[in-house]
Design a protein around this ligand. Structure first.
Ligand code: ATR
Length: 263
């Protein structure tokens, strides 16, 4: 019987989850479909209670990642700490919620180096930052966080073992091995959250923004001689983690990467 999967969000048209997962179905000859379903916030409870049972797995995107918590039977430690669910799966007849965003970011970073003992500067303190910080701490990195609104960094400090920064001017760029933009600055614009002169040849720059793929943040890093990781890598690796969870199969990130650029 054909297995059904879906991604739910509102809006949902932009989601690339179907094309990534369909590439995996082809690769492993899995008889399955992957639907995009627009679920308005007021429809979420009803969808989970009456429709979710028809799907073997569901990817959850904006604005439902936090809202879905009350409707699942169990959440994993990752989802609990990150405070967001991006993946639903069934186990022993119960609906479980987990989060593969953090592991996606970590796997993307690990394509260049291990994170253990690395000094990592995370710019931003929103939902994406939380998932990245969670994974970095699991990988035993030393995490520094800077955000425009400092109170959000303080809130993160109460939950994660991070070093809060209230200014970038007081720290020397050489302190950091990796710098991550987890804000939306640079999305559809040629702006960077970081001054150009902050970059050093020793830096690895990673941007969660993938539209454009080569953001000003990454261009500045590369111009200074640093190495870069583009935002599509996080998406591809988080989808690979979902794929593993739903199908118990390791998919080559390159296959998902090719699917990301198809259309
Ligand atoms: P997401 O879930 O994608 O992380 P979010 O929770 O809305 O989205 O977080 C957006 C992040 O981008 C925040 O850290 C935000 O900073 P504030 O907490 O100060 O709002 C950051 N951000 C967005 N626009 C920004 C800008 N123009 N300058 C600096 N930071 C910005």
């Amino acid at each position: 019987m054909t297995k059904r999967f879906a991604v739910i969000g509102h809006p949902i048209e932009h989601s690339r989850s179907p094309q990534l997962h369909e590439a995996g179905f082809s690769e492993f000859n899995i008889d399955a479909t992957f639907e995009k379903i627009d679920v308005a916030p007021e429809e979420l409870k009803d969808f989970i209670e009456h429709e979710a049972q028809h799907f073997m797995g569901i990817a959850v995107t904006v604005p439902h990642k936090e809202m879905v918590f009350p409707y699942v039977d169990n959440v994993t430690e990752a989802a609990e700490h990150i405070g967001a669910v991006n993946t639903l799966f069934w186990k022993d007849g119960k609906l479980h919620g987990t989060n593969t965003d953090g592991i996606g970011a970590l796997r993307a970073l690990e394509t260049l180096t291990t994170m253990e003992e690395k000094n990592v500067l995370v710019l931003g303190a929103g939902g994406a930052a939380r998932s990245i910080i969670y994974a970095l701490k699991k990988a035993q990195a030393k995490v520094f966080v800077y955000n425009r609104t400092y109170s959000k960094v303080e809130a993160l400090f109460n939950e994660f073992d991070i070093i809060p920064l209230n200014s970038l001017q007081t720290c020397s760029p050489e302190e950091f091995d990796v710098i991550i933009n987890s804000t939306s600055v640079g999305l559809k614009s040629f702006k960077s959250i970081l001054p150009e002169d902050f970059w050093r040849p020793t830096h690895i720059g990673f941007d969660i923004v993938y539209d454009p793929l080569y953001t000003k943040f990454l261009e500045d890093c590369e111009n200074a001689g640093g190495q870069v990781i583009t935002g599509d890598k996080m998406l591809v690796h988080q989808a690979a983690a979902q794929f593993k969870l739903w199908h118990e199969k390791d998919i080559e990130p390159e296959i998902l990467e090719a699917a990301f650029f198809s259309e």
